[in-house]
Design a binder for this molecule. Structure first.
Ligand SMILES: [Zn+2]
Length: 250
């Protein structure tokens, strides 16, 4: 059994929600029994909540992507106040994706920091793990992270330096490994600290590059990992699935 620990299947910008049953059937046919749909802002997170409450294979997260926040503090406070009612939902398994992203021009460090601190406070108060999106920003991330006490969490789509991977391992993080590993030249964490994710619709793994990603393709990421780590497929599936089940309590 495999798990997709990070996808955006609920997002109607990308997926035709009238075809969800087909996507989930394809997922199960490929041995992927569970998925976590990831919120990227308060409204999108409510859609993720709704999705998870209509599909037995799905759980959801409450998130706010660093690039999606415009710096309006009053609106953020109101959004987070309103979110309190969905945060009690029994299928909520994590906060995320949240983090810092300095990759593209136009980002605002103060806005991102303010948002991240607000979201980490929720994770700490509710003792929820986090799916972190950190891009070109680990130097700023570590000190903010150290101000909070949150359960064992995941660095989603990790593609940073070996130095930051080493620190992430020392800090107890797990690493979200996705299609990037199958086609990009990036550092690979030890198998014991991996959870699989598609980040669908993005980052489609080999051999399906060029078409839209979906959770069934976790199988291809697992096949890549079996080859890379020189383990049999069942061992890779067992380790990564148990990791995700333990972190997200699913
Ligand atoms: Zn994502």
């Amino acid at each position: 059994m495999l798990i997709d620990s990070h996808c955006h299947l609920h997002d109607k910008q990308f997926f035709d929600l009238s075809k969800t049953d087909e996507v989930l059937a394809h997922m199960r046919e490929n041995g992927v029994d569970k998925c976590i749909v990831i919120g990227t802002d308060p409204l999108d997170s409510e859609a993720a909540c709704d999705f998870a409450n209509h599909h037995a294979e799905a759980w959801w997260t409450f998130g706010y992507h660093p690039n999606d926040y415009d710096g309006d503090k009053a609106k953020l406070a109101a959004d987070l106040e309103r979110a309190k009612k969905v945060l009690d939902d029994k299928r909520l398994v994590a906060i995320g994706e949240i983090g810092l992203d300095y990759h593209f021009d136009g980002y605002n460090k103060d806005f991102q920091r303010h948002l991240l601190e607000n979201m980490l406070q929720i994770a700490q108060d509710r003792q929820l793990p986090v799916s972190f999106h950190i891009r070109d920003a680990f130097e700023d991330f570590w000190p903010i992270y150290h101000n909070f006490h949150i359960p064992t969490s995941v660095l989603h789509s990790f593609s940073d330096s070996k130095k930051n991977m080493k620190q992430g391992l020392e800090e107890g993080f797990y690493f979200g490994v996705n299609g990037l590993a199958t086609f990009a030249d990036i550092a690979h964490p030890p198998l014991e600290r991996i959870v699989f994710e598609t980040d669908a619709p993005f980052l489609t793994p080999k051999p399906f590059r060029g078409i839209m990603n979906k959770p069934g393709y976790i199988r291809n990421i697992a096949e890549w990992a079996a080859d890379y780590y020189q383990q049999n497929f069942e061992v890779v599936a067992k380790i990564t699935t148990e990791n995700a089940e333990k972190i997200f309590k699913i």
